[in-house]
Write a protein that binds this ligand. Structure first.
Ligand code: SF4
Ligand code: SF4
Length: 283
């Protein structure tokens, strides 16, 4: 029987998730809680209802249609009756077999444009059986996975073995600060990163650059120390924080309140990477 997973988007024409023009599959659910997360709809492992309350005219049609008003089950009954289009269910359950058939239909496009498929999220490695089966069912095509690396060693290694490129996110080199800003102990990430480096497999290190959190020269130097040495590292990509990060929190009924100054200027010192022989760019 084919493994079942939960995804929340299949986005086409992505240009920053690996080489060429790519289709990115967003897996739903993430064990981390980064304070700057811009995809709050990707945190829960279950399909969920998103509501754009700003467009609601309080007609009450959703309440009348709802079979479970005390505890939303994301059944979607209210979505169909909302005249304002305020509601949508985010996330769908799908088998690896069915999703592979969907993606394999696009193979000719990838072959023509030198792109491929990227698994992102959420955290794709949090659904390892689904990911591994899906990757194995895809026609020959360039595959990439974007991951926090927060996964059991076996899951990490099985997933990495299935793809051509790893986009390895790194959040903070200091264990205490990592725990503070992501809610997670970085030890599993560091162990998986060490294995990835030793494996020689190609990877890109991606660092979300968060003002006042991880952009100081000494912090960037610690990232560079983590990454230095023999490995398949192609380059380091710094991804500057955007003020739009909190745009979707209201849709999931949450308030975005980052514990850092969003507007503080970012001026990363790239020389710490060059000094250790690492190629680095700001995206
Ligand atoms: S998705 Fe279903 S359960 Fe949830 S509010 Fe709408 S109708 Fe009710
Ligand atoms: S059906 Fe749509 S417009 Fe009407 S109350 Fe519900 S969310 Fe608001």
């Amino acid at each position: 029987m084919s493994a079942e997973g939960v995804i929340f988007e299949v986005r086409e024409f992505c240009l920053h998730d690996g080489p060429g023009i790519r289709t990115t599959v967003f897996f739903k659910g993430c064990p981390l809680r980064c304070a700057w997360c811009q995809n709050p709809e990707g945190l829960s492992f279950e399909p969920q209802l998103l509501v754009n309350a700003a467009r609601c005219d309080r007609c009450g049609a959703c309440l009348r249609a709802c079979p479970s008003p005390d505890a939303c089950t994301a059944c979607g009954a209210c979505v169909a009756v909302c005249p304002q289009g305020c509601r949508r269910v985010c996330g769908r359950r799908v088998t690896a077999e069915a999703l592979a058939a969907e993606l394999n239909a696009k193979t000719a496009f990838f072959q023509a444009y030198g792109g491929g498929i990227t698994f992102s999220g959420g955290e794709p490695l949090a659904q390892p059986d689904f990911l591994v089966e899906l990757a194995g069912r895809l026609r020959p095509v360039h595959l990439a996975v974007e991951t926090s690396g927060y996964a059991a060693p076996d899951a990490y290694r099985r997933a990495v073995a299935e793809v051509d490129l790893v986009l390895q996110d790194l959040k903070h080199p200091d264990p205490g600060q990592h725990l503070r800003f992501t809610g997670a102990d970085p030890q599993p990430i560091l162990e998986n990163l060490a294995w990835l480096k030793a494996s020689g497999r190609p990877f890109i290190a991606r660092i979300p650059l968060i003002p006042g959190v991880n952009d100081a020269p000494e912090t960037l130097a610690r990232f560079a120390e983590l990454l230095r040495g023999p490995s398949g590292l192609m380059r380091v990509e710094l991804l500057p924080y955007h003020l739009t990060a909190g745009a979707k929190y209201a849709l999931v009924g949450k308030t975005y309140a980052p514990p850092f100054d969003e507007r503080a200027p970012l001026a990363p010192d790239l020389s710490v990477f060059a000094a250790r022989g690492l190629s680095c760019c700001v995206m």
